[in-house]
Design a protein around this ligand. Structure first.
Ligand code: ANZ
Ligand code: ZN
Length: 818
C-alpha cells in the first residue's frame, strides 16, 4: 500500500464533520483557548496568504484541543464591500449572489485544507442578523455621543459620484476610474475614536510583551500623542481692523523654548482667518490666486509638493518681545491638527527652515548646544535637549528643557496660554455611498430632524431590486427604498442612503464569534459565553492590518464595554503577524502573475503536504519564499512516515522500555524523539517556530532504523505522530488510528533516563595546551578517566615527569609535566 492523500484526507474530513469535533463546548468550567485567524474577504478563491494564515491558527487550535482545552476556532467572512459591486458591473451578477456563491466555494476550499473550524459559529457580515446588531450598536453609540454627523472635507470622485477613502486615492486620482479626485465638503457620520485616544495609547503598554513591537510602534505613531503649549497671538491694530475685529488666533507648539527664534507665523489654507480674507476680498489678485491654488490641492498633494505659501498682509504681536511678526499661509500647516496654525522657528524646525529659505524670511538662532560657541551660519539646528537659550531676552542662559516649562508657566500666568495634549488620531468617517454595505440606521424627518430608526425595526435591510452601474449610490437612486416612517412622529420621512464602512463590521466579529450561537437571534452577545471566551488568546493576521483594523477593533471593544455590551478592554491578548508569501522574491499577486493556486497544490500533493510545507519553509513571522522542491520534500517526508509506520506494531499503550538495555544507536534514536517532544510545547504555545519542531521530527524519523528494537520504533511513532498531528492532521490520524487506537492517543511523559548521557567528551591539556579530546563512559572512576586521558596524549608525555594530574568533572583533564 502506498500513501494516498486524496483518500485519507476525504475520509478524515468526513469523520471530523460528522462527529463535529471542532465545535466549542458549553462547559465554561474548562480551561479555554480562543484562537482566531483574521477572517477573509470572499473574493472568490483562497490564496496562499490565506493558507498560511489559517494553517498557523489551525496548528495552534489543534494542539490546545488535544491538550485538554476547550477551544474556540471560528471562521467567517468579511462579506460587504466594493469588489462585489465591481463584479456586479463587470459580470452583471447581483452582489449578494456573487458574495454568497464565493463563500460557498471558499468554505469548500478551507475544508479541503482540513482546517478545524467551528461550523456552527460561522457567519458572514452581510447576514441580516449581523446587520441587526451592528445597527443597534450604531444607534446606541449615536445616543451616547460616540457617533455624530458633521460636514467635512472628503475625497470625492465626480465621475463615480462617491466618497473615496484616503487609501482609494492614487496620485490624486480615483483608483477605479482614474478621474481627478477633488476635495469636497460633505456630511457624513463619524465615530468619536478620539475620545479613546489616551486609553488606546495607554493600553498599548500592556500589550508590549505579547504584540509585535512594530505594530505597537505603528499604533503609537498613528495615535500620535504630543504634549505642548497652546497660546493666542494678538493681531496688530491694523490687521485687527481689516478683519472686522477678529482679535487673533491660537497656535500649538511643542517647543515653547524656541519662541524667541520665531520669525513668522503660518496658517493652514482652510484657517478661518484665511476664509475671512477671501470672503471680504481683502487680498490682491496675485495673493488670492496663490491661496486658491493651494486650497484646491488635496492634503496628499500638498504633502508631496515643495513648501509653498504666501504672505497674507497681516501681522501679530510676539507675546514676549512685542515685535511685529508677519502672518503667512503655508501648505504644510494642517487644518485638522492643533489649531491649524503655527509659530514658525526656522532655525530649529526643519519645515519652517525650508519655507523660510524659499521665501527669504529671517532665520534666528535661539538655542545652542551647551559649550558650542561656533558662529551661526543659518542652518537648521535640531536640538531637543542639552541646549542653552541664546538671543532669548530674560530667558537667555536657561537650559532648553527647563525653559520649556518656564515659558509654559509664564504663558499660563499671563492668561494667554495653557498646556494641552494633541493627538494625530482623527475621528473615523464611516459613511460610504455604496450599495453593498450595512445601511446606516438613521432617518431624516422634516419635523423631527435626525432620528435613529427604532430598535424594533432593525435590521434595516438592503433592497434587492437595484441596478448597479458604478455611478452614484444605487440606494439613493432606488425609487421607494428611502421612503420610511419617522419613528418619532409617524410622518413620512427619508432614510439615510449611505452605508457603513466595512471596517465597522470587522471591528466586532471576534466578539460575536465568542457568543453562543444558540443565542445569536436573541442578543448581540450572550454575557456568559462572551465573558468565558473573550479575550482572543491568539490573533493571527497580516501586518497590513497593523493600524486600521487593529486600532478600530480595539476602539470598538472599549466603546462596547462602555455601552455595557462587553467586559474586557482589549480584544486580542496575543498577536502574531505572519509574513508574506513570496515567489521569485516578490509578493504573490494576481497582477504579477506569480501566484500558486492552493487548490492545485492540494490536488497534486494533498492538504497535509501543503500544511507541512507552509509551516516548515519559514517561521510564521518571516517572509516565506515559495519553493517547488521544498513542497516535494514535504511530500516525500509524509510518504516516508507512511511507509516506515510499518515498522511499528499495534498497541493501545505506549511501550515501556528498559533504556539501559538498548544499544547506543537505539538510545540515540530515542534521544532524538524525546528532544522533539520537549521542544513541542514551547513551539505550539510561545515561539511558533514550527519549522524547528518539524526538523526535529524529521531527524527523529531518520534515526529510527527499521532494524532497531520494535518497542523503540513503536514508541517513536507514537510520539512523532502525536507531535505532528496539529500540522499534518489527516495522515497523523490515519496512522495513529491504524496503530494506536486513536482514543488512547495522548498523554506522553518525558522520561529523564533518555537524556542521561552514556558518555561525555573531555578535553585533555598538557601544561594548559589542548592536545586531545576523548570520549569516556560516564560510569568510569576518576582514576580510569585519568588513565584514558594519559593514553590519549602519550606522545607529549613521553620521557617527561608528570607532576600534577587535574580532573575537572565533565570538562577536562589537565596534566602538568616537567
Ligand atoms: C514651534 C516649533 C519649533 C515647533 C521647533 C517644532 C520645533 P508634533 O510633535 O507632531 O505634535 N505644528 C503645530 N500645529 C501644526 C499644524 N496644524 N500643522 C503643521 N504643523 C503644526 O508637532 C508639533 C509641532 O508641529 C509644533 O511645534 C508646531 O511647530 C507644528 F523648533 O512649534 B512647533
Ligand atoms: Zn418626525
Amino acid at each position: 500500500m502506498s500513501y494516498n492523500p486524496k483518500e485519507i484526507e476525504a475520509k478524515w474530513q468526513k469523520i471530523w464533520q460528522e462527529k463535529q469535533e471542532f465545535e466549542p463546548l458549553d462547559d465554561y468550567t474548562l480551561p479555554k483557548k480562543y484562537i482566531l485567524s483574521m477572517f477573509p474577504y470572499p473574493s472568490g478563491r483562497i490564496h496562499m496568504g490565506h493558507v498560511r494564515n489559517y494553517t498557523i491558527g489551525d496548528a495552534m487550535a489543534r494542539y490546545y484541543r488535544k491538550n485538554g482545552y476547550n477551544v474556540l476556532h471560528p471562521i467567517g467572512f468579511d462579506s460587504f464591500g466594493m469588489p462585489a459591486e465591481n463584479a456586479a458591473i463587470k459580470h452583471k451578477i447581483h452582489p449578494k449572489k456573487w458574495t454568497y456563491e464565493n463563500i460557498e466555494y471558499m468554505v469548500k476550499e478551507l475544508d479541503s485544507l482540513g482546517l478545524s473550524f467551528s461550523k456552527r459559529r460561522m457567519l458572514a457580515t452581510s447576514d441580516p442578523l449581523y446587520t441587526k446588531w451592528e445597527q443597534e450598536f450604531f444607534i446606541k453609540m449615536y445616543e451616547a455621543g460616540l457617533i455624530y454627523r458633521k460636514s467635512a472635507i472628503v475625497n470625492w470622485c465626480e465621475n463615480d459620484q462617491t466618497v473615496l477613502a484616503n487609501e482609494q486615492v492614487e496620485d490624486g486620482k480615483c483608483w477605479r476610474c482614474g478621474h481627478e479626485v477633488v476635495q469636497k465638503d460633505m456630511p457624513g457620520y463619524y465615530l468619536r475614536i478620539t475620545k479613546y485616544a489616551n486609553e488606546l495609547l495607554d493600553d498599548l503598554e500592556g500589550l508590549k510583551d505579547s504584540w509585535p513591537s512594530q505594530v505597537i510602534t505603528m499604533q503609537e505613531n498613528w495615535i500620535g500623542r504630543s504634549d505642548g503649549l497652546e497660546f493666542s497671538f494678538k493681531f496688530d491694530d491694523e490687521s485687527k481692523e481689516k478683519l472686522d475685529g477678529i482679535p487673533g488666533f491660537k497656535v500649538f507648539t511643542t517647543r515653547p523654548d524656541t519662541i524667541y527664534g520665531m520669525s513668522y507665523t503660518a496658517l493652514a489654507p482652510e484657517h478661518s482667518v484665511v476664509k475671512k480674507l477671501l470672503d471680504k476680498e481683502l487680498l490682491d489678485p496675485k495673493t488670492e490666486d496663490k491661496v486658491r491654488e493651494i486650497l484646491n490641492q488635496s492634503p496628499r498633494e500638498r504633502q508631496e509638493s515643495d513648501k509653498d505659501g504666501v504672505f497674507l498682509g497681516l501681522y501679530v504681536i510676539h507675546p514676549l518681545t512685542n515685535k511685529k511678526i508677519p502672518v503667512w499661509l503655508a501648505n504644510f500647516v494642517l487644518v485638522e491638527y492643533g489649531d491649524g496654525a503655527v509659530m514658525a522657528v526656522p532655525a530649529h524646525d526643519e519645515r519652517d527652515h525650508e519655507f523660510a529659505s524659499k521665501f527669504n524670511l529671517d532665520i534666528k538662532q535661539s538655542i545652542k548646544l551647551k559649550g558650542d560657541n561656533s558662529p551661526y551660519n543659518g542652518e537648521f539646528l535640531d536640538i531637543q535637549s542639552g541646549g542653552e537659550l541664546i538671543n532669548s531676552g530674560e530667558c537667555s542662559g536657561l537650559d532648553n528643557v527647563v525653559a520649556k516649562e518656564k515659558i509654559t508657566s509664564k504663558f499660563e500666568e499671563m492668561g494667554i496660554g495653557k498646556k494641552v495634549t494633541n493627538y494625530r488620531l482623527r475621528d473615523w468617517g464611516v459613511s460610504r455611498q455604496r450599495y453593498w454595505g450595512a445601511p446606516i440606521p438613521m432617518i431624516y424627518c422634516n419635523d423631527c430632524g435626525l432620528v435613529p430608526e427604532s430598535l424594533e425595526n432593525l435590521p434595516v435591510t438592503l433592497p434587492e431590486d437595484i441596478e448597479i452601474t458604478g455611478e452614484g449610490n444605487p440606494l439613493d437612486k432606488h425609487p421607494t427604498w428611502k421612503r420610511c416612517v419617522c419613528p418619532k412622529c409617524g410622518k413620512v420621512a427619508r432614510r439615510e442612503s449611505d452605508t457603513l464602512d466595512t471596517f465597522f463590521q470587522s471591528s466586532w466579529y471576534f466578539a460575536r464569534f465568542a457568543s453562543d450561537e444558540k443565542t445569536w437571534d436573541k442578543t448581540a452577545f450572550d454575557e456568559k459565553s462572551v465573558n468565558y471566551w473573550m479575550s482572543v488568546d491568539q490573533y493571527i493576521g497580516g501586518i497590513e492590518h497593523a493600524i486600521l483594523h487593529l486600532l478600530y477593533a480595539r476602539f470598538f471593544q472599549k466603546a462596547l464595554r462602555d455601552l455595557g455590551y462587553l467586559r474586557d478592554s482589549e480584544p486580542f491578548k496575543n498577536l502574531l503577524t505572519q509574513g508574506m508569501v513570496l515567489k521569485d522574491g516578490a509578493k504573490m499577486s494576481k497582477s504579477k502573475g506569480n501566484t500558486v493556486d492552493p487548490d492545485e497544490l492540494i490536488s497534486s500533493f494533498g492538504a497535509d503536504t501543503a500544511r507541512l510545507f507552509i509551516l516548515f519553509a519559514a517561521p510564521p513571522m518571516k517572509e516565506l519564499e515559495w519553493n517547488d522542491s521544498a513542497v516535494e520534500g514535504a511530500y516525500k517526508f509524509i510518504n516516508r512516515l507512511f511507509d516506515r509506520s510499518e515498522n511499528a506494531y499495534k498497541t493501545n499503550t505506549i511501550p515501556i522500555i528498559n533504556h539501559a538495555g538498548l544499544t547506543k544507536d537505539e538510545k540515540y534514536a530515542r534521544l532524538k524523539v524525546y528532544e522533539a517532544l520537549v521542544r513541542a510545547n514551547d513551539v505550539y504555545t510561545k515561539t511558533f517556530t514550527f519549522n524547528t519542531l518539524i526538523a526535529g521530527c524529521m531527524e527523529a524519523l531518520n534515526a529510527l532504523n527499521a532494524q532497531y528494537n520494535k518497542d523503540v520504533l513503536t514508541e517513536g511513532f507514537w510520539i512523532i505522530l502525536n507531535l505532528l498531528e496539529p500540522i499534518i492532521p489527516h495522515i497523523a490520524n490515519e496512522l495513529s488510528q491504524k496503530l494506536f487506537n486513536r482514543e488512547n492517543f495522548k498523554d506522553i511523559k518525558v522520561l529523564d533516563e533518555v537524556f542521561v548521557k552514556d558518555s561525555i567528551n573531555l578535553a585533555v591539556t598538557v601544561n594548559g595546551k589542548k592536545r586531545a579530546e576523548i570520549e569516556v563512559d560516564t560510569n568510569l572512576s576518576k582514576d580510569q578517566i585519568l588513565t584514558a586521558g594519559k593514553d590519549a596524549v602519550a606522545k607529549w608525555l613521553d620521557g617527561k615527569e608528570i607532576i600534577k594530574e587535574i580532573y575537572v568533572k565533565d570538562k577536562l583533564i589537565n596534566l602538568v609535566i616537567k
